[in-house]
Write a protein that binds this ligand. Structure first.
Ligand code: ATP
Ligand code: MG
Length: 430
């Protein structure tokens, strides 16, 4: 019998990892509480129509990534229904907002969630088929101030605080405005016109998007299309006065709060519901999947789902990517030994111990290897635990000249034993 394994794109999190997950979630809950957000938990599966309408038919998520099935009726009174594992949580939160008439309170609703999402994507580092998002939404009637640019800036400032408190250093906030529905319609026309003469040189997806939803061309990741995309008009030129004023107010409040950002004219985000402010926080340490989180304003979403007017803004952070980033940062900062002593053969173990004692007594942090290991294995162990490796072979023992390799620079140096402690106490890379 073949052994059963976790499904492709899904993972088990063992105790060695869940501690970090719990720490991240605890920090998120504590920060959300200080900004006066409350938790919402919506079902893991919903009516497929919610995502088709709320996320948009033309998006990658709806067109190819959803786990959808026909749920058979169990009784005469039930109908067969198309259901979908949630690929994101904003549509579910807004559905709940409408269903429970939360707008009737007249107050802004500030809701956060933490939980699994599902997308049929090609699994790779930072990209899974089941992944977890930590997200929040600020939504409410216009009379509660839900359209105010201050709400956008407050959410962005909260995110900066949240990432800082989690210990994620080195993030970048990329910011843009995609304007109102009317601005986007105007921009789509400008794009359509600019694309007409060049689109036949672009990928098939872009050829389709140029007809159905030109804005999505900006999401294209195909390298050969990038020079063409760089020549296309930018959305900021299509924004009307109200959208410009709104965006300027967001950036002014960010400046006042000392939150740094960069403008990214191509940031239109993969979901159709965004209006005005869109943003992403990225981190260089993540490689190709560099987005830690994304979000934006969605002033028309409630109405698209059949609800009252309820402007809002929100974001979703990829918890798996927060974990990867923190693991990499912690590994980079983990203290390393000054030296790893590698005896060349078991016969040199005693001499290596004597050398280790000498260096340790001189105050150095030293890792002692094992002469029974092959040199390659010693090098691998040394690279993980120490900044330098010191080779102790028969020649070195006789001559009293030791070979030291610095992992940061790759440099190999011959050092007399009497000078070794001083040499090793210098910072690595020098
Ligand atoms: P990407 O461009 O990386 O596909 P996206 O625009 O599809 O991201 P969103 O729908 O905005 O992502 O989701 C918000 C965040 O959720 C992303 O910034 C990312 O951190 C995380 N995320 C999205 N899809 C996945 C996935 N398949 N696996 C892990 N994390 C994910
Ligand atoms: Mg995606």
């Amino acid at each position: 019998m073949s052994t059963l394994k976790a499904v492709r794109g899904t993972r088990d999190l063992l105790p060695s990892e869940t501690a970090l997950w719990n720490r991240i979630e605890a920090t998120a809950r504590a920060v959300f509480a200080r900004y006066n957000f409350g938790e919402i938990r919506t079902p893991v599966f919903e009516d497929t129509a919610l995502f088709a309408r709320g996320v948009g038919e033309e998006t990658d998520i709806v067109s190819k990534e959803m786990y959808t099935w026909e749920d058979r009726a169990r009784a005469q009174s039930e109908k067969t229904q198309s259901l979908t594992l949630r690929p994101e949580n904003t549509a579910g939160v807004v559905r709940a907002y409408i269903e429970h008439q939360l707008g009737e309170t007249g107050q802004l609703q500030k809701l956060y969630y933490i939980g699994p999402q599902f997308r049929r994507e090609r699994p790779q580092k930072g990209r899974y088929r089941q992944f977890s998002q930590i997200g929040a939404e600020v939504i409410g009637p216009t009379s509660a101030g839900s359209e105010s640019p201050l709400r956008d800036a407050e959410v962005l400032e909260m995110l900066a605080t949240l990432l800082d408190e989690m210990g994620i250093t080195g993030w970048t906030l990329e910011l843009n405005s995609v304007g109102s529905a009317a601005d986007r319609a105007r921009y789509n026309e400008a794009l359509r016109a600019a694309l007409a003469p060049v689109v036949d040189k672009m990928c098939v997806d872009c050829q389709r998007r140029a007809v159905t939803n030109p804005l999505r061309v900006l999401d294209c990741k195909v390298a050969a299309d990038q020079p063409i995309i760089d020549t296309l008009p930018v959305i900021s030129d299509s924004l009307d006065e109200a959208s410009r004023v709104h965006f300027a107010a967001v950036t002014a409040a960010l400046d006042a709060a000392g939150v740094a950002y960069t403008r990214n004219h191509r940031l239109v985000r993969g979901l159709d519901y965004y209006t005005r402010t869109t943003f992403e926080f990225t981190h260089g340490g993540l490689g190709a999947q560099n987005a830690l989180l994304g979000g934006g304003r969605y002033d028309g979403l409630s109405e698209m789902l059949g609800g009252p007017r309820a402007p809002g803004i929100g974001f979703a952070m990829g918890e798996d990517r927060l974990v990867l980033t923190l693991q990499a940062l912690e590994a980079a900062h983990a203290p390393k030994a000054d030296a790893f002593i590698a005896p060349l053969g078991e016969g040199l173990n005693p001499a290596a111990l004597a050398l280790a004692k000498e260096l340790r007594r001189a105050g150095l942090r030293v890792e002692l290897g094992e002469g029974g290991f092959r040199l390659k294995k010693s090098f691998e162990a040394a690279d993980k635990t120490a900044r330098r490796i010191v080779i102790m072979g028969e020649d070195e023992l006789q001559s009293g000249i030791l070979t030291v390799k610095d992992f940061a620079t790759g440099l190999q140096t011959k050092v007399p034993r009497a000078e070794l402690a001083v040499f090793l106490s210098k910072p690595a890379g020098e």
